[in-house]
Write a protein that binds this ligand. Sequence first.
Ligand code: HSE
Length: 586
Amino acid sequence: MERSKIAVLKFGGSVLINDESCMRVIHEVYRYFRKGYRVLAVVSALENETDRLIEEAAAITGPRESSFLPFLLATGEEKTATLLAMGLERVGLKTQLAHPYSLSLKVNGPGLDAKPTGVNLGHLQNLLGANDVVVVPGFVGIDEANNLAVMGRGGTDLTALFLAQRLQASVCRLIKDVDGVFESDPNLSKKRLKRYNTIHWDEVQSVAKVLVQPKATLFSKEQRFEFEVAGFGKKQATTVGPYPSDLQVYSPSPPLRVGLLGLGNVGGGIYRHLTSLTDLFSIEKVVVKHAGKKRDITVPKDIFSTQTETLFDQPLDLLIECIGGTEPATFLIETALELGIDVVTANKEILAKSGDRLEELTFKTGARLFSSAAVGGGAPILEGVKTLTENNGIKQVDAVLNGTCNFILDKVAAGKSFDQALKQAQDLGFAEADPSLDIEGWDAAFKIQIISYLAFGVFLDVRKIPVEGITSLEEEQIRAVVKNGKAYRLIASCKLENGEVKARVRPEIIPSHYFLAGARNETCRAILTPEMGDPVYLSGKGAGCWPTSEAVIADVLDIYRLRSDQEIIKNVPEYPPKGAGSYLRN
Ligand code: HSE
């Protein structure tokens, strides 16, 4: 995906309360990343952290203010930025942490109330070009004497606006604990308040001077650079700029009623995410295969069941399928779609075998079927294929699509036995419940079938794809090629040749410096060759609870936004569909 657009997202102390809220921040970053933006995340300290640090300082300095106070206060932002970078790395995003010193983020004025004056823009642009996300601690800059100085209360707003303006970012969004700028603070009012769709800089100064730092608003006005104020995960925002104020009645959407199928590696991750998003989702039912299985999650008894027939006993808006296998999952997805319930699944086997039929159902009932996590885990491979198909047209895809095989090949090359490596991949939650699907190449075959349907609109019979897994390789064979500067990779390919779509999966020996050989451990990589223009290279963590559940949650949040847009009224699309593979086109 060509990532030319930049989104600057600012997260303040009020949204960074604890680890759970850190996950919410990651969802928001991932949302823009998968839409094709390079993301600059600017973060402030955890709520109350700055006050705590001021108290700590006072315990030493008494009423006198130390010239080193900005150094101490800066640790609050550094801590959050570091924790966020760790979380982003866990979901597989290529992340860079950039300190104000490394960015030469210069300020002048009083040490506790400074103003930004300059930044090494070339360096910042390079960092954004080389990474998916750059995390910057807000509030802090470097003064003329090369000491740290801070930009006053709410100063992270100013850091975000300053950097967004210098970068000429397409989006600058300040994410708050309220859904935009209201006529008064909604956290202090019980009545239903009106919200601004747009508001002029001058008015925001008087209406929301606590919500948005006045110095930041002034900077935005001076630079004629508009910004948005929004709540977490929301589509709608208040745009602050040269606009007349537009105040509207605001009714937040009720939480979506969710049924969750499966509580394994990915399902468990989803359950944890949903329980930290109770303002957006209410879990109505959790159905699992085995009641007695040991889990580190406790689900309330009244919503827990092993009986799949109870799944639709209560109204649902959304079904999240993580139970795996083809049955009963296919039947339950079909039933949900027939009932008009939206479905999110990462089940590649079902899509590769029945995706065309399920797609037909979505066109008949208007229910949505979203499945971005089915291929590539957290790597946005389907998003990349979709973008290229729509813009340039695709000629060929070559990819490493199975994290387990890739992990095993790397570990065996490094000296482990095949069985030890497989066991480790299972322990890390990379492998399928039946790992023969991974090592025999079928998981990769399902994924390349899904890609070729999206790219070429042809629904291949997956049983007819020539498939060879890594079980045909001897351990010594895998080690020997490494000594020659090469590597084995399980390559899945599909191409359009003389009007015919061909796909295959097989282990191949490739030079170590090739892009696909550079996929390490559970990483997935894909090279998309367009009809015209340069190839597109995609990479990310392809297996494991965190990357996969992040991609599933991204679909779930997209559905929340779409439904809140349409006030739960379904827009039934035309049938039969115009282009095939449209269930993958969310
Ligand atoms: N078993 C799969 C893999 C999980 O290893 O890639 C992600 O689809």
